[in-house]
Design a protein around this ligand. Structure first.
Ligand code: GLN
Length: 281
């Protein structure tokens, strides 16, 4: 019978070729099987692994070896102050998207009620973070995918967020124009179709619909920019996540559509990742 340390060494070796962080991945997967923190694993490294633990661990390692994202294997990902269930129907929330949440919060007043819209909510990451930080806000979170909405609704319950509603909608197709929103946020698909990144890492396993779109990754951003002005209150904000090379395209689209006060936000890697603008009304 192998010890827990031997299981880790073996798995780190197996994952060496296929993962950037083989040791960490092995540790995280074993912690998940054992439901124990890393400290337990270190303190009990010499203990013989049970057959059940060993089997479940090797099963996860085999899936990781084939490229399955860690977040899907664990079934959750932390985002902002939330613990979000994730599965193959939703994009895995990225730390980069927290810059959009921060930018949105800078524009909102906690003491005042507001109406917020999260387009293409996926796991619910943006909508839930905003709803939690703005207890007086009413958030509408929409997605085209009913499978994604099921995940987002479950996340609202498990994170005890109740000032949020969900609706199936193809961008604005099922959203009422009136009475209008103080802020609209979206992390839409923006990777160009056929981009080599889609064949690398986690992106291979994430829903294509949430990742990529036509016109070099700009078609959904364009649709949202063109439509959002009919749904924003006067002086409402539009916040969009985009690729780091898309800032000037997004800026041009916003200007051409009459938005003002265009502001760029950088992600954790100091790359342009989110643009905000005001609809003058
Ligand atoms: N940020 C994602 C990436 O890793 C893309 C997400 C999106 O298209 N909205 O490229």
């Amino acid at each position: 019978m192998l010890t827990y340390r031997a299981l880790l060494d073996d798995a780190a070796h197996t994952l060496y070729e296929s993962c950037d962080t083989p040791r960490i991945d092995a540790e995280v997967l074993l912690q998940h099987v054992l439901q124990q923190p890393l400290a337990w694993l270190i303190a009990n490294g010499d203990t013989a692994a049970t057959q059940d633990h060993s089997k479940r661990f090797y099963d996860l390692v085999a899936q990781r070896l084939s490229g399955q994202p860690i977040a899907y294997l664990l079934g959750y990902r932390e985002f902002w102050t939330l613990n979000l269930t994730v599965n193959e129907h939703v994009l895995i929330p990225r730390p980069d998207t927290e810059c959009l949440v921060e930018a949105a919060l800078e524009r909102l007043n906690k003491e005042e009620p507001s109406r917020l819209l999260d387009l293409g909510t996926g796991s619910g990451a943006i909508g839930l973070a905003l709803a939690k930080e703005q207890p007086l806000a009413k958030v509408l979170a929409v997605d085209y995918s009913t499978d994604a909405l099921a995940v987002a609704k479950a996340n609202a319950l498990s994170n005890h967020v109740s000032n949020i509603e969900f609706a199936q909608s193809d961008w604005f197709s099922n959203v009422d124009r009136h009475p209008g929103f103080h802020l609209i946020a979206a992390n839409p698909p923006y990777v160009a179709e056929g981009d080599a990144h889609l064949e690398q890492g986690d992106l291979r396993f994430e829903p294509k619909m949430a990742l990529s779109c036509g016109n070099n990754g700009l078609s959904d951003l364009t649709t949202i920019i063109e439509s959002a002005k009919d749904y924003l209150l006067s002086h409402g904000s539009l916040l969009l996540e985009h690729g780091h090379e898309q800032f000037s395209d997004v800026e041009r689209l916003l200007k051409d559509n009459g938005y003002r006060d265009i502001e760029l936000y950088k992600d954790l890697n100091q790359l342009p990742r989110c643009t905000a603008a005001i609809w003058p009304g």
